[in-house]
Design a protein around this ligand. Sequence first.
Ligand code: MG
Length: 281
Amino acid sequence: MRFYTILADGQERVAVSEDGKNLYILEQVKDMSALIKSGSLPVIPAGQTPIDITEAKILAPIPRPMQDVICLGINYAAHADEAARFSAEAFGGERPYPIFFSKRVSLAPGPDDPIPAYEGLVDGLDYECELGVIIGKDAKNVKAEDAAAYIFGYTIINDVSARNLQTRHRQWYFGKSLDGFTPMGPCIVSADSFAFPPALPIWCRVNGEMRQNSVTDCLMTGIGTIIETLSEGMTLQAGTIIATGTPAGVGMGMDPPAFLKKGDIVECGIDGIGTLKNPVA
Ligand code: MG
C-alpha cells in the first residue's frame, strides 16, 4: 500500500493507492501523522472515483515533520572512503559506533519541487539519496530482531547538504537544515510491501548522469540495529523519520568535486518506492 499527501482543491489531503496510479482520498484522515498514529492501515474507500496520479499535485508525504529528521552519517562503506578523501578532518577516523545527527525540516519539498541554491551562502551544494524509515508506533528498548514491527513504511529522502557550512561550523546541523533541503517522497510505501530489511536498488542521477547506484541492504548499521541503538535511550515516537545514510557517488566524492548549480536536475530513486526529480533553482 502506498500513501501520498496531495493538494486537492487547495487542501492537503492524504491519499492511498494500491497500484501507484489510482489515488483515493482518505476523507476522515487529517494528515499523514494522524494516519501513522492511528496504528492501523486504512482500506481503499469504496465508491470513490479515484484521482489519476498524473493529474495530482504530489507533496512530500510528511510535509512538516513533527520533530527533526534523525540521520545516519557515513553508513555505506564506499561513501565513507570518498567523504574522508574530501575532508579527513570532517569525515575521517575510526567509527566503532553509528554516527547520528539530525536535520531541521520546516517544510519538505515534494517530489518535483525546487531545491534552493542559496548562491552567496552555499558553496558545495550536494545531494544524498537515502532510504527513509518512518516509525509506526512508539519504540523504546526495541531489539533489532523486533524492529520491523515498529516500522510504518519507507520513503525516499534527498539529504541535501551545503558542504561549506557542514565543515565550517564543525557540526552538520546547519548545513543540512536550510529551508528546502529535504525533498521527500513521492509516497510512503507500507512496511509490509517489502521483506525486512528491504534490499532495493537506490540511485541518483544529476542531469541524467548516474552518480549513485547501490542497494539499500548495504547499510553498515542496519535498520534493526539503528532502532535498537536509538531506542535504548530515547523513545522513537510514531511518525519519527530516520534517514539511513547515503551510498557513494555524492558530488564531494568526485575528482574534482562536482557540486550542484542552478538549473541542474537531481533525480533520487529507490526501486519499489519511486523517484524524486527536483530542479535546483
Ligand atoms: Mg545523509
